[in-house]
Design a protein around this ligand. Structure first.
Ligand SMILES: [Zn+2]
Length: 100
């Protein structure tokens, strides 16, 4: 079982409290909202994780994720991930027009 820092996604050991790479306190991150966790998962090194995170953020219509999804479409070379991010951006933005 591999454990990752939930901030910088470096590999860490199971009992690590502070990430040796970015010094983030792992227990503090557990207090975060589900959406904040998903936003960070967009940078996960294991390719299926950001894909799932991008899709889930779209399902949740998570407006706060928009800048991160937009950045992803510009920065990522993963075509599947870019597609997922674009479709989630559309879902999130469609909220504004739902009552029209
Ligand atoms: Zn870290």
């Amino acid at each position: 079982m591999i454990y990752y820092c939930s901030n910088c996604w470096s590999e860490i050991s199971k009992d690590t409290v502070k990430c040796p790479h970015c010094v983030t306190d792992q227990s503090a991150l557990e207090q975060e909202s589900f959406i904040q966790k998903l936003i960070r998962a967009l940078k996960h090194p294991e390719p299926s994780t950001p894909l799932r995170a991008a899709e889930t953020l779209g399902e949740l219509k998570a407006k706060e994720a928009l800048p991160y999804l937009i950045e992803l479409t510009k920065a990522s070379n993963d075509l599947f991930l870019v597609k997922a991010a674009v479709s989630s951006i559309k879902k999130i933005e469609s909220k504004d027009y739902a009552n029209n």
